[in-house]
Design a protein around this ligand. Structure first.
Ligand code: ZN
Length: 366
Protein backbone atom coordinates (compact mmCIF):
# COMPACT_ATOMS: atom_id res chain seq x y z
CA UNK A 1 0.00 0.00 0.00
CA UNK A 2 1.21 3.47 -0.84
CA UNK A 3 1.13 5.31 2.48
CA UNK A 4 2.81 8.55 1.46
CA UNK A 5 2.62 10.97 -1.42
CA UNK A 6 5.00 13.52 -2.84
CA UNK A 7 4.27 17.24 -2.49
CA UNK A 8 7.41 18.72 -4.04
CA UNK A 9 11.16 18.63 -4.47
CA UNK A 10 13.82 20.63 -2.58
CA UNK A 11 17.59 20.32 -3.22
CA UNK A 12 16.63 17.54 -5.63
CA UNK A 13 15.06 15.55 -2.77
CA UNK A 14 11.42 14.42 -3.08
CA UNK A 15 9.40 15.73 -0.12
CA UNK A 16 6.62 13.37 0.93
CA UNK A 17 3.68 13.42 3.32
CA UNK A 18 2.79 10.24 5.18
CA UNK A 19 -0.90 9.58 5.87
CA UNK A 20 -0.23 9.68 9.63
CA UNK A 21 0.90 13.26 9.08
CA UNK A 22 -2.56 14.18 7.80
CA UNK A 23 -4.00 12.73 11.02
CA UNK A 24 -1.68 14.63 13.34
CA UNK A 25 -2.22 17.95 11.57
CA UNK A 26 -5.75 18.61 12.97
CA UNK A 27 -4.67 17.29 16.39
CA UNK A 28 -1.95 19.91 16.65
CA UNK A 29 -4.27 22.63 15.37
CA UNK A 30 -6.80 21.59 18.03
CA UNK A 31 -4.17 21.73 20.79
CA UNK A 32 -3.28 25.28 19.78
CA UNK A 33 -6.95 26.26 19.50
CA UNK A 34 -7.95 24.93 22.94
CA UNK A 35 -5.07 26.41 24.94
CA UNK A 36 -4.89 30.03 26.09
CA UNK A 37 -1.78 32.19 25.61
CA UNK A 38 1.17 31.64 25.79
CA UNK A 39 0.51 28.08 24.50
CA UNK A 40 -2.39 28.70 22.13
CA UNK A 41 -4.92 31.04 20.64
CA UNK A 42 -8.05 30.21 22.67
CA UNK A 43 -8.41 33.75 24.01
CA UNK A 44 -8.46 35.35 20.54
CA UNK A 45 -11.39 37.65 19.74
CA UNK A 46 -13.28 35.22 17.50
CA UNK A 47 -13.29 31.41 17.08
CA UNK A 48 -12.60 31.80 13.36
CA UNK A 49 -9.40 33.75 13.99
CA UNK A 50 -8.50 31.26 16.72
CA UNK A 51 -8.74 28.27 14.35
CA UNK A 52 -7.10 30.11 11.46
CA UNK A 53 -4.11 31.03 13.63
CA UNK A 54 -3.92 27.53 15.11
CA UNK A 55 -3.94 25.94 11.68
CA UNK A 56 -1.33 28.35 10.26
CA UNK A 57 0.93 27.76 13.26
CA UNK A 58 0.66 23.99 12.72
CA UNK A 59 1.67 24.36 9.06
CA UNK A 60 4.64 26.55 10.04
CA UNK A 61 5.61 24.06 12.72
CA UNK A 62 5.88 21.27 10.19
CA UNK A 63 7.78 23.56 7.82
CA UNK A 64 10.28 23.93 10.67
CA UNK A 65 10.45 20.13 11.01
CA UNK A 66 11.08 19.96 7.27
CA UNK A 67 13.88 22.53 7.59
CA UNK A 68 15.41 20.42 10.38
CA UNK A 69 15.47 17.41 8.04
CA UNK A 70 16.80 19.50 5.17
CA UNK A 71 19.63 20.54 7.52
CA UNK A 72 20.68 16.87 7.85
CA UNK A 73 20.21 16.28 4.13
CA UNK A 74 22.13 19.33 2.98
CA UNK A 75 25.27 18.34 4.89
CA UNK A 76 24.85 14.66 3.92
CA UNK A 77 24.65 15.62 0.25
CA UNK A 78 27.90 17.54 0.58
CA UNK A 79 29.55 14.27 1.62
CA UNK A 80 28.10 12.55 -1.41
CA UNK A 81 25.32 10.71 0.42
CA UNK A 82 22.26 10.18 -1.72
CA UNK A 83 18.96 11.17 -0.04
CA UNK A 84 16.07 9.08 -1.34
CA UNK A 85 13.37 11.29 0.16
CA UNK A 86 12.19 13.21 3.22
CA UNK A 87 8.89 12.05 4.67
CA UNK A 88 6.83 14.03 7.16
CA UNK A 89 4.91 11.70 9.46
CA UNK A 90 3.24 11.35 12.84
CA UNK A 91 6.44 11.56 14.85
CA UNK A 92 8.03 14.34 12.79
CA UNK A 93 10.31 14.06 9.81
CA UNK A 94 12.46 11.25 8.50
CA UNK A 95 15.19 11.57 5.88
CA UNK A 96 15.93 8.28 4.22
CA UNK A 97 19.55 8.30 3.25
CA UNK A 98 21.05 5.64 1.04
CA UNK A 99 23.86 5.14 3.51
CA UNK A 100 25.02 7.04 6.56
CA UNK A 101 28.76 7.62 6.21
CA UNK A 102 31.02 5.48 8.41
CA UNK A 103 33.35 8.42 8.78
CA UNK A 104 32.70 9.60 12.37
CA UNK A 105 33.41 13.27 11.76
CA UNK A 106 31.01 13.29 8.79
CA UNK A 107 28.28 11.52 10.76
CA UNK A 108 28.84 13.98 13.58
CA UNK A 109 28.22 16.98 11.33
CA UNK A 110 25.21 15.41 9.60
CA UNK A 111 23.60 14.51 12.94
CA UNK A 112 24.26 17.92 14.44
CA UNK A 113 22.95 19.92 11.45
CA UNK A 114 19.26 19.14 12.20
CA UNK A 115 19.13 20.24 15.86
CA UNK A 116 21.27 23.24 14.93
CA UNK A 117 18.64 24.35 12.37
CA UNK A 118 15.86 23.97 14.99
CA UNK A 119 17.80 25.94 17.61
CA UNK A 120 18.68 28.69 15.13
CA UNK A 121 15.01 29.02 14.05
CA UNK A 122 13.88 29.07 17.70
CA UNK A 123 16.34 31.70 18.89
CA UNK A 124 15.86 33.82 15.74
CA UNK A 125 12.09 33.97 16.35
CA UNK A 126 12.66 34.97 19.98
CA UNK A 127 15.16 37.65 19.02
CA UNK A 128 12.86 39.02 16.29
CA UNK A 129 9.99 39.17 18.81
CA UNK A 130 12.19 40.86 21.38
CA UNK A 131 13.48 43.47 18.93
CA UNK A 132 10.07 44.40 17.50
CA UNK A 133 8.49 44.48 20.97
CA UNK A 134 11.15 46.91 22.19
CA UNK A 135 10.37 49.23 19.27
CA UNK A 136 6.56 48.90 19.18
CA UNK A 137 5.00 48.47 22.62
CA UNK A 138 1.65 47.12 21.41
CA UNK A 139 3.41 44.36 19.39
CA UNK A 140 3.62 42.06 22.44
CA UNK A 141 -0.17 41.74 22.51
CA UNK A 142 -0.53 40.78 18.82
CA UNK A 143 -1.22 37.29 17.54
CA UNK A 144 1.98 37.36 15.42
CA UNK A 145 4.00 37.82 18.60
CA UNK A 146 2.16 34.89 20.17
CA UNK A 147 2.69 32.70 17.11
CA UNK A 148 6.43 33.45 16.95
CA UNK A 149 6.65 32.71 20.66
CA UNK A 150 4.95 29.34 20.30
CA UNK A 151 7.00 28.36 17.23
CA UNK A 152 10.21 29.61 18.87
CA UNK A 153 9.63 27.55 22.04
CA UNK A 154 8.72 24.38 20.17
CA UNK A 155 11.78 24.66 17.90
CA UNK A 156 14.08 25.04 20.88
CA UNK A 157 12.48 22.07 22.63
CA UNK A 158 12.75 20.09 19.37
CA UNK A 159 16.42 20.99 19.01
CA UNK A 160 17.26 20.09 22.61
CA UNK A 161 15.15 16.92 22.63
CA UNK A 162 16.95 15.69 19.51
CA UNK A 163 20.28 16.24 21.21
CA UNK A 164 19.42 13.70 23.94
CA UNK A 165 22.11 11.02 23.69
CA UNK A 166 19.78 8.20 22.64
CA UNK A 167 18.82 6.50 19.38
CA UNK A 168 16.72 7.19 17.36
CA UNK A 169 17.35 10.84 18.21
CA UNK A 170 20.17 12.76 16.54
CA UNK A 171 22.02 12.80 19.85
CA UNK A 172 22.33 8.99 19.59
CA UNK A 173 24.16 9.42 16.31
CA UNK A 174 26.39 12.11 17.77
CA UNK A 175 27.28 9.75 20.61
CA UNK A 176 28.01 6.88 18.21
CA UNK A 177 30.24 9.14 16.10
CA UNK A 178 32.09 10.10 19.28
CA UNK A 179 32.60 6.43 20.20
CA UNK A 180 33.44 5.49 16.61
CA UNK A 181 36.53 7.66 16.74
CA UNK A 182 37.77 5.38 19.50
CA UNK A 183 36.59 1.89 18.51
CA UNK A 184 35.04 -0.03 15.60
CA UNK A 185 31.64 0.86 14.25
CA UNK A 186 29.69 -2.13 15.64
CA UNK A 187 31.07 -1.59 19.14
CA UNK A 188 30.42 2.15 18.91
CA UNK A 189 26.79 1.53 17.93
CA UNK A 190 26.45 -0.98 20.74
CA UNK A 191 27.74 1.48 23.33
CA UNK A 192 25.61 4.33 22.01
CA UNK A 193 22.54 2.05 22.01
CA UNK A 194 23.25 0.99 25.61
CA UNK A 195 23.39 4.61 26.72
CA UNK A 196 20.11 5.17 24.86
CA UNK A 197 18.47 2.24 26.67
CA UNK A 198 19.63 3.44 30.09
CA UNK A 199 18.32 6.85 29.18
CA UNK A 200 14.97 5.40 28.11
CA UNK A 201 14.76 3.52 31.40
CA UNK A 202 15.37 6.67 33.46
CA UNK A 203 12.88 8.59 31.32
CA UNK A 204 10.28 5.83 31.86
CA UNK A 205 10.72 5.84 35.65
CA UNK A 206 10.54 9.63 35.67
CA UNK A 207 7.38 9.39 33.55
CA UNK A 208 5.74 7.05 36.08
CA UNK A 209 5.77 9.85 38.64
CA UNK A 210 5.42 12.97 36.53
CA UNK A 211 4.03 12.49 33.03
CA UNK A 212 2.65 9.33 31.40
CA UNK A 213 3.62 10.69 27.95
CA UNK A 214 7.25 10.23 28.91
CA UNK A 215 6.66 6.49 29.34
CA UNK A 216 5.46 6.28 25.76
CA UNK A 217 8.44 8.26 24.47
CA UNK A 218 10.79 6.14 26.61
CA UNK A 219 9.30 3.03 25.02
CA UNK A 220 9.97 4.35 21.50
CA UNK A 221 13.51 5.35 22.45
CA UNK A 222 14.19 1.88 23.86
CA UNK A 223 12.89 0.14 20.72
CA UNK A 224 14.75 2.60 18.46
CA UNK A 225 18.04 1.96 20.27
CA UNK A 226 17.69 -1.84 20.05
CA UNK A 227 16.74 -1.72 16.37
CA UNK A 228 19.68 0.50 15.45
CA UNK A 229 22.03 -1.80 17.33
CA UNK A 230 20.76 -4.92 15.55
CA UNK A 231 20.54 -3.38 12.07
CA UNK A 232 24.06 -1.96 12.27
CA UNK A 233 25.54 -5.27 13.41
CA UNK A 234 23.87 -7.07 10.51
CA UNK A 235 24.82 -4.48 7.88
CA UNK A 236 28.42 -4.03 8.98
CA UNK A 237 28.95 -7.80 9.19
CA UNK A 238 27.39 -8.47 5.81
CA UNK A 239 29.55 -5.79 4.21
CA UNK A 240 32.43 -8.25 4.61
CA UNK A 241 30.82 -10.72 2.21
CA UNK A 242 29.97 -10.66 -1.47
CA UNK A 243 26.66 -11.96 -2.73
CA UNK A 244 28.62 -14.72 -4.51
CA UNK A 245 30.02 -15.91 -1.15
CA UNK A 246 26.67 -16.57 0.45
CA UNK A 247 24.17 -17.29 -2.35
CA UNK A 248 22.83 -20.72 -3.25
CA UNK A 249 24.39 -21.64 -6.57
CA UNK A 250 22.55 -24.65 -7.89
CA UNK A 251 19.48 -22.76 -8.97
CA UNK A 252 16.56 -25.03 -9.71
CA UNK A 253 13.90 -23.33 -11.76
CA UNK A 254 10.31 -24.28 -12.46
CA UNK A 255 8.14 -23.87 -15.54
CA UNK A 256 5.38 -21.25 -15.57
CA UNK A 257 2.97 -23.98 -16.68
CA UNK A 258 3.52 -26.32 -13.74
CA UNK A 259 0.36 -26.84 -11.67
CA UNK A 260 0.35 -25.68 -8.04
CA UNK A 261 -0.17 -29.27 -6.89
CA UNK A 262 2.98 -30.36 -8.71
CA UNK A 263 4.84 -27.30 -7.47
CA UNK A 264 4.09 -28.25 -3.86
CA UNK A 265 5.45 -31.76 -4.46
CA UNK A 266 8.50 -30.22 -6.18
CA UNK A 267 9.16 -27.89 -3.22
CA UNK A 268 8.93 -30.81 -0.83
CA UNK A 269 11.52 -32.79 -2.83
CA UNK A 270 14.00 -29.97 -3.33
CA UNK A 271 13.57 -28.39 0.11
CA UNK A 272 13.82 -24.78 -1.04
CA UNK A 273 11.16 -22.19 -0.25
CA UNK A 274 11.45 -20.17 -3.48
CA UNK A 275 12.26 -20.81 -7.14
CA UNK A 276 12.86 -18.69 -10.24
CA UNK A 277 10.29 -19.29 -12.94
CA UNK A 278 11.98 -19.82 -16.32
CA UNK A 279 10.61 -20.37 -19.78
CA UNK A 280 13.54 -21.61 -21.85
CA UNK A 281 16.33 -19.15 -21.07
CA UNK A 282 14.16 -16.23 -20.09
CA UNK A 283 13.23 -15.37 -16.52
CA UNK A 284 9.48 -14.93 -16.02
CA UNK A 285 9.20 -14.45 -12.28
CA UNK A 286 9.75 -15.97 -8.86
CA UNK A 287 7.45 -18.25 -6.89
CA UNK A 288 7.62 -18.98 -3.17
CA UNK A 289 5.85 -21.13 -0.59
CA UNK A 290 4.11 -17.97 0.64
CA UNK A 291 2.53 -17.55 -2.82
CA UNK A 292 1.31 -21.17 -2.65
CA UNK A 293 -0.22 -20.64 0.79
CA UNK A 294 -2.49 -17.98 -0.67
CA UNK A 295 -4.12 -20.51 -3.04
CA UNK A 296 -7.18 -22.33 -1.62
CA UNK A 297 -6.58 -26.13 -1.67
CA UNK A 298 -9.39 -26.75 -4.15
CA UNK A 299 -7.80 -24.47 -6.76
CA UNK A 300 -4.35 -26.07 -6.54
CA UNK A 301 -5.07 -28.51 -9.35
CA UNK A 302 -6.45 -25.82 -11.67
CA UNK A 303 -4.04 -22.94 -11.18
CA UNK A 304 -0.52 -22.82 -12.61
CA UNK A 305 2.72 -21.26 -11.41
CA UNK A 306 2.27 -18.31 -13.81
CA UNK A 307 -1.03 -17.42 -12.07
CA UNK A 308 0.53 -16.93 -8.65
CA UNK A 309 4.17 -15.97 -9.30
CA UNK A 310 5.64 -12.52 -8.62
CA UNK A 311 6.59 -10.98 -11.95
CA UNK A 312 8.57 -7.92 -10.85
CA UNK A 313 11.60 -9.86 -9.74
CA UNK A 314 14.24 -7.99 -7.80
CA UNK A 315 17.75 -9.07 -8.68
CA UNK A 316 21.23 -7.88 -7.93
CA UNK A 317 24.67 -8.45 -9.48
CA UNK A 318 26.81 -11.33 -8.29
CA UNK A 319 29.64 -9.00 -7.18
CA UNK A 320 27.39 -6.82 -4.97
CA UNK A 321 27.96 -6.80 -1.21
CA UNK A 322 25.74 -9.05 0.91
CA UNK A 323 24.76 -5.96 2.94
CA UNK A 324 23.12 -4.52 -0.19
CA UNK A 325 21.06 -7.68 -0.53
CA UNK A 326 19.93 -7.25 3.08
CA UNK A 327 18.89 -3.64 2.47
CA UNK A 328 16.98 -4.61 -0.69
CA UNK A 329 15.12 -7.36 1.19
CA UNK A 330 14.20 -5.05 4.06
CA UNK A 331 13.13 -2.10 1.91
CA UNK A 332 11.06 -4.28 -0.44
CA UNK A 333 9.89 -6.61 2.34
CA UNK A 334 10.85 -9.77 0.47
CA UNK A 335 12.55 -12.97 1.51
CA UNK A 336 14.70 -13.77 -1.51
CA UNK A 337 16.51 -12.19 -4.42
CA UNK A 338 17.84 -13.51 -7.68
CA UNK A 339 21.52 -13.08 -8.43
CA UNK A 340 22.50 -12.29 -12.01
CA UNK A 341 25.88 -12.09 -13.80
CA UNK A 342 27.00 -9.33 -16.18
CA UNK A 343 25.00 -10.83 -19.05
CA UNK A 344 21.81 -10.81 -16.97
CA UNK A 345 21.44 -14.55 -16.62
CA UNK A 346 20.51 -16.04 -13.26
CA UNK A 347 23.51 -17.56 -11.48
CA UNK A 348 22.15 -17.91 -7.97
CA UNK A 349 19.39 -17.26 -5.50
CA UNK A 350 19.82 -15.53 -2.15
CA UNK A 351 17.42 -15.86 0.77
CA UNK A 352 17.24 -14.37 4.25
CA UNK A 353 18.32 -17.77 5.52
CA UNK A 354 21.54 -17.53 3.48
CA UNK A 355 22.26 -14.13 5.03
CA UNK A 356 21.53 -15.43 8.53
CA UNK A 357 23.91 -18.34 7.94
CA UNK A 358 26.64 -15.89 6.89
CA UNK A 359 26.02 -13.88 10.09
CA UNK A 360 26.31 -17.02 12.21
CA UNK A 361 29.56 -18.13 10.54
CA UNK A 362 31.04 -14.71 11.04
CA UNK A 363 30.15 -14.72 14.74
CA UNK A 364 31.75 -18.16 15.10
CA UNK A 365 35.03 -16.75 13.75
CA UNK A 366 35.13 -13.97 16.32
ZN1 ZN B 1 17.17 15.27 13.26
Amino acid sequence: MNTSFQIGTILGIPIKLHITFLLILPVFALVFATNPAPFGFQDQSSPLINYLLSFTTTIFLFLCVLLHELGHSYIAQRYGVEIKDITLMLIGGVSSMEEIPRNPSQELKIAFAGPLVSLVIGFTLFIVNFLIASLIVSYASTSIYLMFNILGSINIVLGLFNLLPAFPMDGGRLLRAWYAKRMNYIQATHYAASVGKIFAFIMGVFGLFYNPWLILIAFFVYIGASEEDKATTVTVTLEKYLVSDVMTRDVISVSPYMSIENLLQFMLEHKHMGYPVMEGDSLKGIVTLTDVHKVPPLERAVLQVRDIMTTDVISLPVNAKASEAFKLMVSNNIGRLLVVDSTGSVVGILSRTDLMRAMMFYNEQL
